[in-house]
Write a new protein. Sequence first.
Length: 180
Amino acid sequence: MRLGLLRTSAVLVALGGAVGAGVRWAVLEVLPGGEQDARTATTTLVAVDDNLYIGLQEGLPWGLPWPVVLVNFIGCGLLGVLMRRAGARVRVGGTAGAGKRPGAADLAGAGDQADRALLLVGTGFCGGLTTFSTFAVDAAELMRDARPGAAASYVVLSVALGFGAFLLGRGAGRGNRANR
């Protein structure tokens, strides 16, 4: 019986992950990435005064990979909503149930529809949508391109926005929980 529940959990996570990864791929393919090569990018000079011009490079601000920031922001916010709606049963960094945080097997074993939704959407979809590996590669490429300021900005901005989105999602989930 236990093996069947583990298989169910694995299937839920795999299905959610496949959809999340597909959405991430589509977003990264469709949205401009701001990854223009400085040697080939078009620069427009803007006059600040008679003797001072600044050059604005085409593309997204600072040439950062904004689509990756976007999918990570959305995934973190959605995960915040889901974790709040899961209530006291699952707490990030806290305790659950009998003093321990449940794993996937515990969630599937409960048989609760909300727990299965957390596996499907939280672990699966949000896990597939968000991407730490692409974030790390993009930061390393910014460093390789001798852009340490942009790399540091990208790292700090990504972490701050992701954590902020999670907290906002948790706050939004709090309002929804009262309606249940």
